[in-house]
Design a protein around this ligand. Sequence first.
Ligand code: ADP
Length: 254
Amino acid sequence: MTTPASISATGGPHRDRAHHDPAHRDSARRDTTAPGPVLAAQSVHRFFRAGGQETLALQGVSLRLEPGELVVVVGPSGSGKSTLIACLAGLDEPDGGSVHVAGHQLTHRSEPERARLRARHIGVLLQSANLIEHLTVSQNVALVQHLGGDAPRADPAGLLAALGMSPRAGAYPAELSGGETARAGLAVALANDPPVLLADEPTGELDSTTEAQVLELLARITARGVAVLVASHSPAVAAAADRRITLADGRVSS
Ligand code: ADP
């Protein structure tokens, strides 16, 4: 179990847990401590056909994410950022290329298999869509943990406390402010203690103070060894990132 201090401790819970708890020795988490990228995309292609028109949303995107990196994906609207996040998360299946997470192939698998791998290895933070409206914040976290099966789990109370959300644990999504929604979304994304966090415009609707708080949380998450990839238009997010990937017309341009 991850402790409440896990978000604020640097280099903490993963190593501690592997060290103190033999039950975790064979857990999926161990893959992330192996050298090499925790997420790798190779020549990912995605096409859409709508109204007789074909859109080449991704045209051979390759990238690697190392543990502990905060990487921002930038590019104009329509350049393929959301499609890329969806393909990397296994929410969408590319038409070509491959994605591996924590040493497991995510692409060319059935949707239930992708969902299982996602639950174990990938936290996904969408602008508003990872909270279920009729469940409270703590019930949302519990649901994701249930779906994760035997995935490693964060301690729910500790996770909410570390994100400053304990007083709002019983609130429904519609009752949360923008910053609280972002933090609740992070709690859900981190519920199964994933080695990879993918976020699509996580600060898009936040004021600059709240955005700075979310960036501070992301920095603490990367300090624990989690690899974070964020698609964002925000200069503040770009400034906080270790590395920037620029998309243009579905290709990495720099
Ligand atoms: P971004 O996130 O950078 O704004 P997207 O990944 O949303 O870009 O979109 C990339 C391109 O793919 C755009 O031209 C968009 O219209 C198109 N696209 C995305 N999703 C679909 C879809 N489900 N059906 C048809 N076209 C799509």
